[in-house]
Design a protein around this ligand. Structure first.
Ligand code: SF4
Length: 352
């Protein structure tokens, strides 16, 4: 089992729940826009947020950003150790920086001391896009990624620093898996998982589900980030679905049949309409095209509907409890979902 690292009010590693991370794509120095995006990420289920800190203006913005948000904030810095120190002083809960990029060892030592004094962990790691030649020429790519990350770990360890999180990321799924397996055998620090530059929405879902999902099933990984081009809120939703699918966290989900010639219902439309509500509950809701197979196939859901000639039937635990007229399917189903959620004290917004 991995060691435990504290990030703000959360623990990473040591069997604690896998946390969902994301990263803002606003200018960090634009405090209002960054806080606004982080609030949307929080609402979607993001538990740790990373912001890029390319300059002192961004580092100084962290203090005000922190006042407007409720989740731990990670400052992402590339080379300048002074930006990392300033970010810590402004209240960052974790730093992402590679000590190998900082330069002279006294700079690394100074950063490690400030981080230690403030009890702030540091994530180190490697990324296929910026892998140094010295590693690339010596190993296959996955091992090079892992050895490069381990080299960063060693630099911090030499400074007496051990509040470390490690990551090795590639846009290639198999390379990422191999590199993380290698890392997990060598060190016990918590591992941050992700397929980097995973691509556009659909591609990123496929790559992240396979890469992150496989590693989590093998017991590797303590925190995850799905990387998707565009609005980061989408990443959080995918990450949640990965964890729910692996039974690593509770959460509502819609199961829906693919439909066939027997279908009497616009399954896609109803499933898409109710999904945002169901995701705020712990319920499993089935949307099935017909009663022929729908009720049997959806019997493990908490609530289900199956299409009929005149609308749909609503069933619970495989038993029909109600008939829904065609024009009221969505509103009636939503009503039942809210009633059930309220009974179970789920966090569904009853006013929505
Ligand atoms: S539930 Fe009915 S409509 Fe849906 S795939 Fe099965 S048989 Fe076809």
């Amino acid at each position: 089992m991995s060691r435990v690292v504290k990030v703000g009010n959360l623990f990473i590693g040591g069997g604690h729940p896998i946390t969902i991370q994301s990263m803002t794509n606003t200018k960090t120095s634009d405090i209002a826009a960054t806080v606004d995006q982080i609030k949307r990420l929080e609402e979607a289920g993001c538990e740790i947020v990373r912001v890029a800190v390319p300059d002192f203006e961004s580092a100084k913005a962290i203090k005000k950003i922190k006042k407007g948000i409720n989740i731990p904030l990670v400052a992402d810095i590339h080379f300048d150790y002074r930006l990392a120190i300033e970010s810590i002083k402004m209240g960052a809960d974790k730093i992402r920086i590679n000590p190998g990029n900082i330069g002279e060892s006294w700079k690394v030592e100074e950063l490690a001391k400030v981080a230690k004094d403030h009890r702030i962990p540091i994530r180190v790691g490697s990324n296929a896009g910026s892998l140094k030649k010295e590693f690339e020429s010596k190993y296959d790519r996955a091992t090079a990624l892992a050895e490069s990350a381990l080299n960063e770990v060693r630099i911090l360890e030499e400074c007496g620093f051990s509040e470390i999180v490690v990551s090795v990321k590639s846009s290639d799924v198999l390379e990422t898996i191999k590199a993380n397996e290698y890392i997990a055998q060598k060190v016990s620090y918590p591992i941050h998982l992700g397929i980097t530059e995973a691509g556009t929405y659909e591609t990123s879902i496929v790559k992240s589900s396979i890469g992150i999902g496989y590693l989590l099933l093998r017991g590797i990984g303590d925190t995850i980030r799905v990387s998707t081009a565009g609005d980061p809120v989408k990443e959080v939703s995918i990450a949640r679905k990965i964890l729910i699918s692996l039974h690593l966290r509770k959460g509502g989900q819609v199961i829906a049949c693919p439909t066939c010639a027997r279908s009497e219902l616009d399954v896609e439309k109803v499933a898409t309409q109710i999904e945002p509500f169901v995701e705020k509950t712990d319920l499993v809701v089935a949307v099935m095209g017909c009663v022929v197979n729908g009720i049997g196939e959806g019997k493990h859901a908490d609530i289900g509907i199956a299409g009929t000639k005149n609308g749909a039937v609503l069933f619970k635990n495989g038993q029909i409890v109600k008939t829904l007229s065609a024009e009221n399917i969505f509103t009636e189903l939503l009503c039942v979902i809210k009633e059930e959620a309220e009974k179970r004290k789920c966090r569904v917004m009853l006013s929505e």
